[in-house]
Each structure stands twice: as structure tokens, then as C-alpha cells.
Write a protein that binds this ligand. Sequence first.
Ligand code: E4P
Length: 224
Amino acid sequence: MEFMLDTANLEEISTFVKIVPVAGVTSNPSIIKKEGEINFFEHMKSIRQIIGFESSLHVQVVAETYGGMLADAKMILSQIDDQVYIKVPVSQVGLRAIKELKKQGVNVTATAIYTKFQAYLAIAAKADYIAPYFNRMENLNSDACEAITEMSREIERTNSQTKILAASFKNVKQVNSALECGAHAATMGVDIINQAFANPSIQKAVTDFSTDWQAVNGDTTIAT
Ligand code: E4P
């Protein structure tokens, strides 16, 4: 199971990389927009410096044409590094770009997946990751869990190397569901991680243990 951060905020990444076993960082142009006026490539290089090469960095193309997508990918790979996973939306044009990028040996994350059929095509095109948009699918009355289960069956059936990187989450329940339905990885904003630890029972248990120890030993740590 891989946990990724769906953010381009350097402070959030620096903080959470110390807490969570971060397998990667993902973003898209809307996430980048939240960072305001940045030098895009320098910013992405800073993310790489924080996460290192043992974690994957997924950067999305912006162009909507085939040539534009390939040019964006080339620029990303030359300006950031050649290990970046190029995120390409699975439109007809995007699928064509994914095939070409895989032919060139580029790491690819097929994104904006709302349907099983998009996923099946991206798997056949040998995308390294496919990113079904869990919350957006649910908003469209589509059963995201069932879709992910079928995507994972297709990967098994075809003995593919593609991994399911579930994305677009609004709560922890959705993340659990995606992983339990067969996603190999999930990318989420830090709000989801904070939500997961906001359960007051967790802190209460920690405080109770500390209080009991202190009652007997007069100190709050063992190491004194
Ligand atoms: C991954 O990077 C996706 O682009 C992202 O999770 C989409 O999330 P949203 O549905 O909250 O925009």
C-alpha cells in the first residue's frame, strides 16, 4: 500500500514526510494554483529535494493537444528530472500521448479517470499508475469502489504492472474504501490525514497512559 500527498505546498510536504511513510507527491494545475505565483520548475525541484528519489513525484501536463502534451512532458522531464511520473488525463488525446510516452520509456500516471473503460485502456497502454477520482465518481452516482475492484481484476487478468493510485478524496472513509476495494496506492491532501487523527479517543488514550505512569513514577517519560 502506498500513501501519497496530493499537495504542492512545501511546508505541508516537509511536515508530513516526517510523519507519514510518503511514497510520493502528486499535484495538478488546480493544486499548483493554490501556491500562488511560484517558479513552477524550481518549486517542483524543491519538492523533489524534500522527498528524494525513493518517493515518486507526479507532475501533470497542461496542454490539451497531443503535441502540446508531449512538449509539456519533455519540458517537465528536462527541467525537473527524468524520474518524474508524467500525469496525463485519459482523454482520447491523452491516451495517445500515454502510448507515445510509454514507447519512449517515460514514467506515466494516467489521471482524470471516471470510468472503468478509461482505466482498461490506460492499463492496456501500460500506464504505470492509473488515478481513478473517487469522490468525483461518487458525486456522479458511480460506484467508485466497484469500479476500483474491476480495475484491479483487469490488472490481475492481464498480468499488468499498472498500479491503481486512487485520488480525489474528501474523507478518510473514502480512502479506506479505495484501498480495501483494491487500490495499490492513494493520494490525499493533508486535511485527510489530520482528519484521521482528530479522533479524540486517540489523544485521550495517550494522556491516560501518561497520567497513570506519572502517578506511580512521578515523571512523564521512562528516559529519566
Ligand atoms: C490527483 O492529483 C487528482 O488530480 C486529485 O486528487 C483530484 O482531486 P479533486 O477531485 O479534489 O480535485
